[in-house]
Design a binder for this molecule. Structure first.
Ligand SMILES: [Zn+2]
Ligand SMILES: [Zn+2]
Length: 260
């Protein structure tokens, strides 16, 4: 009984300590059949992947793919929510270059506009500093995420409710509709227990990832698994428990006849 793959790991290309190859070898040693490299998106102010380096990173990943054919490797990004209007830090042409699109809210991200600094990032930063939120802010953040999910083929929402509070159950219903997976993150699970139980009753699916920033954490989904066990959430709702997750962006590419 085991997880099929880990779909959220970082490398030296952003804020991680390991190389792509080291993360892949760690995943193989954990017995995983798939692993994703998902470094921080282009607009993260501190740890971003440089768009200009993408072809070099892709070539590196292809080299590792050839060397380790026993594991399926995805090269994606953990993109950033960077506006209250649901923008994330990729452009449409980036989608074809990404095997997987993870999306989350992070501090220290370049905003889409000055208005978004004032009306999205600063309010969230301020409320997060005090460890609270307001109903109005939750509505606005939820709306931003919904717009992003509607607009982009986001495969996974990472660490939902971290840094920017949302109505997790309402967001889960939208995730269910579009086939976006809700992550039980390896470093933090910010979704309240009752919401997790309610989400499990919707058509949405969870996915457990490590969010590893060091090689030794690749494939460590113990936090997510402990939440599942503690709340008796059905493993049938976990997209990477003993099965290959069906990712939304890949389904879309296959529909369009693109090779994935
Ligand atoms: Zn993150
Ligand atoms: Zn991450």
């Amino acid at each position: 009984m085991a997880f099929w793959g880990d779909y959220h790991t970082h490398t030296v290309h952003s804020h991680g300590k390991g190389t792509i190859e080291e993360n892949v070898v760690a995943a193989i040693n954990r017995g995983l059949k798939e692993v994703a490299i998902t470094d921080h998106g282009f607009k993260h102010l501190l740890y971003n992947v440089k768009r200009s380096k993408w072809d070099v990173i892709r070539a590196e990943a292809e080299g590792v793919r050839k060397k380790y054919p026993q594991i399926n490797i995805y090269l994606g990004l953990e993109t950033n929510m960077n506006s209250g209007g649901g923008n994330i830090d990729i452009i449409d042409s980036d989608m074809d270059k990404l095997d997987l699109v993870v999306c989350g809210y992070h501090r220290f991200v370049a905003s889409k506009s000055v208005g978004d600094i004032m009306r999205f990032h600063i309010p969230n930063l301020w409320l997060d500093m005090w460890g609270k939120s307001t109903k109005k802010r939750i509505v606005k953040n939820t709306d931003a995420y919904i717009k992003a999910i509607e607009r982009y083929d986001i495969d996974i929402i990472s660490h939902m409710n971290y840094g920017a509070c949302v109505d997790c159950v309402e967001l889960a219903k939208v995730c269910a509709h579009y086939g976006t997976l809700i992550e039980l993150n390896g470093k933090r699970v910010n979704i309240p227990d009752r919401d997790l139980e309610l989400i499990a009753m919707t058509d949405a699916e969870f996915i457990c990832d490590s969010d590893a920033h060091s090689v030794d954490k690749v494939g460590d989904m113990s936090l997510g698994k402990s939440v599942i066990d503690r709340l008796s959430l059905p493993l049938s709702k976990v997209a990477n428990w003993e099965r290959i997750p069906s990712f939304r962006s890949r389904r879309k590419k296959q529909e369009k006849g693109q090779t994935v």
